[in-house]
Design a protein around this ligand. Structure first.
Ligand code: 4AD
Ligand code: MG
Length: 467
């Protein structure tokens, strides 16, 4: 007999050439049986929707039918027919059934309505659920949108190293990389580890940002972006932090603060619009099952202008709110780093739309941010989003060699490690700037999921590196 090629379920559901013979393969979502007819809902990951396989139980081995349980993998061949049920065009009148992989009754994803916390303990199998299927398809689409946006706007995809000897953010939250035997560490007279004989001959870590190397790219190619894994050993066990996350960092020569903010806003709106246009079924599912204000929120972001707010003005608004009776866990005063509660108050309660905050006190921002005229604030820009808080952090960079060195010295950053970075300011320095978007924070926003651990296939967080 001639072999029939497999059709993906997403395509089968679109087809109207009824009476054709089709083959589908996938994992059983449900199997309902009766004396006269069995219905198998089958999913192969190509869409949130299942195809219905209609089986005449008298024509198949009862033992085979018994093994077609939730989670089992099967191949089904049959005639494509117009669906009697609602919500789909077509279903399959089954003529051949094959069990590719049985699934025991101890299958952890068997029951509906398990908590996300439970599913995290089974992250190797949670991908088979409707919610994680939807999230992962959206995640893929967002990655494509990002590459498309930058490619269309003349940015080059620039690969920065994952292993690095510099601490870009100066925050010191790095994972060390070494081939040294930690059980037999030799130290020098002052009690310090000697890295001369380590693999790279110096202390190295996993990168916290590709920005510094990105600046080298931008000051040669004009505009670049990075998109890669990023590591932070900050011990913050929050629903917004991962120890391993993905960051997108565009860097642009000859850009000023206003243009940088325009880029941030245009880029993020493009990504959200892309999701609305290309992930309709998955978003509809998440809107129904996870958060019924999701679609509204996404459309809101696309259609409204982001607020542009000076840090100092923001502090005034927060102080007024406190006077009016608003309670924050952390006190408000000029010079402080905004906590998530402050960011969310501004975005969700005060302005009720995304905010781009600028001109932060220099003391709470990284050494590379361009100093304002007043010498107190810097040209940093954070984009604050409803539900998320900070989704983007960026700035215009200090391009003046002497001012940059002064900032490095003020922060006691070892200068010998920075020589190659400083060279950009010595040889044809130029005004430039860029930002970093946390990929998982974008996915959180677009999917309406509440915990960042649930928008990456295999999350890495303190005390958790399973799978
Ligand atoms: O604000 P951050 O630390 O900025 C930088 O790293 C700059 N070098 C970016 C640049 O200008 N090129 O991080 C940027 C973004 C944050 O706004 C947040 O969305 C995300 O990265 N992020 C995290 N996401 C998940 N888990 C973490 N631990 C994160 N830390 C930062
Ligand atoms: Mg930041």
């Amino acid at each position: 007999m001639e072999k029939i090629r497999r059709t993906k379920i997403v395509d089968v559901l679109q087809r109207t050439d009824f009476a054709s013979e089709v083959n589908v393969k996938g994992w059983v979502r449900t199997h309902r049986s009766s004396k006269v007819v069995d219905f198998i809902a089958l999913n192969d990951g190509s869409t949130i929707n299942n195809v219905q396989v209609v089986v005449d139980p008298t024509k198949f081995d009862t033992e085979l039918l018994k093994q077609i349980t939730t989670g089992a993998c099967i191949s089904a061949t049959g005639k494509l027919v117009e669906s009697q049920g609602q919500g789909q065009n077509s279903e399959i009148q089954c003529t051949e059934l094959e069990l590719l992989g049985g699934c025991g009754s101890d299958y952890p994803m068997q029951k509906k309505g398990q908590t996300f916390e439970y599913m995290r303990q089974h992250a190797h199998l949670r991908l088979r659920t409707n919610t994680f299927g939807a999230v992962m398809r959206i995640r893929h689409n967002m990655a494509i949108a990002i590459h498309q946006y930058f490619h269309d706007h003349g940015f080059y995809y620039f690969h920065t190293p994952i292993i690095t000897a510099s601490d870009a953010e100066g925050a010191g939250e790095m994972f060390q990389v070494t081939t040294k035997d930690l059980n037999d560490l030799k130290k020098d007279e002052s009690g310090k580890v000697n890295y001369n004989d380590d693999f790279f001959g110096k202390m190295t870590s996993l990168t916290v940002s590709g920005q510094l190397e990105g600046e080298l790219g931008a000051t040669a190619l004009g505009q670049i972006y990075t998109f890669g894994p990023t590591f932070r050993a900050e011990n913050s066990n929050t629903p917004r932090h991962l120890a391993e996350f993905w960051m997108i960092e565009p860097e642009v020569a000859f850009i000023d603060l206003d243009d940088l903010m325009d880029l941030e806003e245009d880029f993020i709106k493009y990504c959200v619009r892309w999701a609305l246009d290309n992930c309709k079924d998955d978003l509809a599912f998440l809107n129904k099952m996870i958060d019924n204000t999701l679609l509204e929120r996404l459309q809101g972001v696309v259609s409204e202008n982001f607020v542009r707010l000076d840090y100092t003005e923001g502090i005034n608004i927060l102080e007024e709110a406190v006077k009016a009776g608003k309670k924050f866990e952390f006190p408000v005063s000029w010079g402080m780093d905004l906590a998530s509660e402050h960011e969310r108050f501004l975005v969700e309660e005060h302005f009720k739309k995304p905010v781009i905050m600028t001109h932060y006190p220099k003391g709470i921002k990284a050494f590379y941010m361009k100093l304002d005229e007043d010498g107190r604030t810097v040209q940093g820009t954070d984009v604050l989003f409803p539900q998320i808080g900070e989704i983007i952090g960026g700035s215009v960079r200090e391009e003046n060699y002497d001012k940059l060195v002064a900032q490095i010295e003020e922060r006691h950053i070892p200068m010998k490690d920075m020589w190659w970075y400083l060279d950009t300011r010595r040889f044809g320095t130029c005004p430039h700037g860029g930002f970093g978007l946390g990929f998982e924070r974008l996915i959180l926003f677009v999917t309406g999921m509440q915990n960042i651990r649930d928008v990456i296939p295999f999350p890495r967080t303190p005390k958790s590196a399973e799978f």
